[in-house]
Design a protein around this ligand. Structure first.
Ligand SMILES: Cc1cc2nc3c(=O)[nH]c(=O)nc-3n(C[C@H](O)[C@H](O)[C@H](O)COP(=O)(O)OP(=O)(O)OC[C@H]3O[C@@H](n4cnc5c(N)ncnc54)[C@H](O)[C@@H]3O)c2cc1C
Length: 393
C-alpha cells in the first residue's frame, strides 16, 4: 500500500494552495453566524462557493455534463485538505453537494439532474432536508406527512422538525407518505419542494448554542408538480437511504476533525497551566496524545474509504463508522479545548478576552447535536453490528 501522493498530485496541491492563499475571503467580524441566517454571512458564503466553483474546485468528481470536472476523488481530497489548512469557510451548499446532488445523480431523471445540479454547485439554490418529524426520528419510516397525488400534482399536509437551514433554504428534499395502507417502508416517496410554495410555514427552534440553526416546517395543502418525485412512487425508502449514506460520510469528514485538532494544539501551546504552556503539562500531553491517535486512526480509515471510492465501491458500512467515530471525537476535542482554556472556556462569542473569537463553547454544544443528527450514535452502532458484523437484531 502506497500512501504517498504522485508528483502530479503534489503539483496540483501547490497550485490549489496558491489559489486558496490568493482568494481566501476576509472575515467580516460584524456578520452573524450561518446558523443565525444572517444575510451578510450567507451572501459572503455564496460568493465564496461561486469563486471556488469557477476555479473548478467544487464537487470535482461530478460528471462534466452536470457542471462537475469528472476529476478523481484524490484531487477533491487534496482541495479539501488545503482548504482546511488555510482555515477557509465551509460550503454553504453542503447539503446540496453532499446529499441531494449525489442522490439525483443516482436516482434522478435526466431533467432533474439538468435542472438542479448546476445551481447546487454554484450555491444559487440552497437545500434543506425534510426527513424528521415529531415522533419519527430514529424510527424514520414511521413518518406521517401525507402527499396525495391528485392529477399531476401532489398535495402535501403535515409537519417536519429539526430542519437545519430551512430558514434560508430555497429547496427541500423531503420524505412523504404516499400510500398510508402499505407497510411503513413501502408507502414513502421522495419529493423535491420549492420552499416558496404557498402553504409552507417555517418556525425557528432555538438550539442550546442560542441560535436558530433548525426549524419546524408545516405543510398546509402544499401543491407540488408530480415531476418533483425522485425515483418511483412509494419507493422513496431506497432513495432516502442513498441520501443517508452520503450524509453519514459528510458528517464523518476527517478534514473537520483535523481542523479542530489543529485548533486544540494551537490552544494548548498558547494557554498557560501552572505557569507554563498547557502543552508542556504531562497530563495534558497524555490527553492530547490520546486524541491525536484517534484522529490518525480515523484518517487511515478515511484512506481506506478513499481507496473504495477510487475503485468505485459504494461507501457501505464505513459511512456509519465515520459518522460514529468522528462526531464523538469532535465532541471530545471540543471538551478538551474548554478544559485547556480553564475559566476562559466559558467566554462565548463577542466576549473581549475569549480565545478563537469564542468559537469553542459553540463547537462543544454543536458537536453534542451532531452526535444525534443524521442518526444517533446508538443507531450507528446498531447498523454496524447488524449489517457490518452480522450480529443478531
Ligand atoms: C443538530 C441537528 C441537526 C439536525 N438536522 C436535521 C435536518 O436537517 N433534517 C432532518 O430531517 N432531521 C434533522 N435532525 C434530526 C435528527 O435526524 C434526529 O434528531 C435523529 O434522527 C434522532 O431522532 P430523535 O431526535 O427523534 O430521537 P429518538 O429517535 O426519539 O431517540 C431518542 C434516544 O433513543 C435512542 N434510540 C432510539 N431508537 C433506538 C434503537 N432502536 N436502539 C438504540 N437506541 C435507540 C436514540 O439513540 C436516542 O438516544 C437534526 C438533529 C440535530 C441534533
Amino acid at each position: 500500500m502506497d500512501l504517498s501522493f504522485t508528483p502530479e498530485q503534489e503539483a496540483f496541491r501547490r497550485q490549489v494552495r496558491a489559489w486558496v492563499k490568493a482568494n481566501l475571503p476576509k472575515r467580516d467580524p460584524e456578520a452573524g453566524s450561518l446558523e443565525s441566517g444572517d444575510p451578510r454571512r450567507i451572501r459572503m458564503l455564496k460568493a465564496w462557493q461561486r469563486k471556488l466553483y469557477d476555479a473548478g474546485y467544487v464537487a470535482m468528481g461530478w460528471p462534466r455534463e452536470y457542471g462537475g470536472q469528472g476529476a478523481d476523488v484524490v484531487q477533491q481530497t487534496i482541495v479539501n485538505e488545503e482548504l482546511i489548512v488555510a482555515r477557509a469557510p465551509g460550503l454553504v451548499g453542503g447539503m446540496g453537494i453532499q446529499m441531494v446532488g449525489p442522490t439525483l445523480i443516482q436516482h434522478g431523471t435526466e431533467e432533474q439532474r439538468r435542472r438542479f445540479l448546476p445551481k447546487i454547485l454554484t450555491a444559487e439554490e440552497i437545500w434543506c432536508q425534510g426527513y424528521s418529524e415529531p415522533g419519527s426520528g430514529s424510527d424514520l419510516a414511521s413518518l406521517r406527512t401525507r402527499a396525495e397525488l391528485v392529477g399531476d400534482e401532489f398535495i402535501i399536509n403535515g409537519q417536519k422538525v429539526w430542519t437545519s437551514n430551512a430558514h434560508f433554504a430555497d429547496w427541500m428534499f423531503c420524505l412523504v407518505r404516499t400510500d398510508p395502507e402499505a407497510p411503513k417502508h413501502r408507502g414513502i416517496s421522495y419529493v423535491l419542494i420549492d420552499m416558496k410554495t404557498p402553504g409552507i410555514a417555517v418556525r425557528p427552534l432555538i438550539q442550546m448554542t442560542g441560535e436558530p440553526g433548525f426549524n419546524e416546517v408545516f405543510f398546509d395543502d402544499v401543491r407540488i408538480p408530480r415531476e418533483n418525485l425522485v425515483g418511483e412512487l412509494n419507493q422513496g425508502w431506497l432513495v432516502a437511504n442513498a441520501t443517508l449514506q452520503h450524509e453519514r460520510n459528510m458528517l464523518g469528514s476527517t478534514t473537520t476533525t483535523q481542523m479542530m485538532m489543529n485548533g486544540l494544539l494551537r490552544l494548548a501551546r498558547t494557554c498557560q497551566r501552572n505557569g507554563r504552556a498547557a502543552a508542556d503539562d504531562p497530563v495534558v500531553r497524555q490527553q492530547l496524545a490520546d486524541l491525536i491517535i484517534r484522529v490518525e486512526t480515523m484518517k487511515y480509515h478515511a484512506y481506506r474509504q478513499l481507496t473504495d471510492a477510487i475503485r468505485k465501491r459504494p461507501p457501505g458500512i464505513g459511512a456509519s463508522v465515520n459518522k460514529l467515530v468522528s462526531t464523538e471525537l469532535n465532541h471530545d476535542i471540543a471538551a478538551m479545548a474548554l478544559d485547556v482554556m480553564g475559566p476562559y472556556g466559558s467566554l462565548g462569542r463577542g466576549a473581549a478576552d475569549a480565545h478563537d473569537r469564542g468559537d469553542w463553547p459553540i463547537h462543544f454544544m454543536f458537536s453534542l447535536g451532531l452526535i444525534i443528527g443524521g442518526g444517533t450514535s446508538q443507531i450507528q452502532k446498531n447498523i454496524i453490528s447488524e449489517r457490518g458484523l452480522g450480529m443478531p437484531r
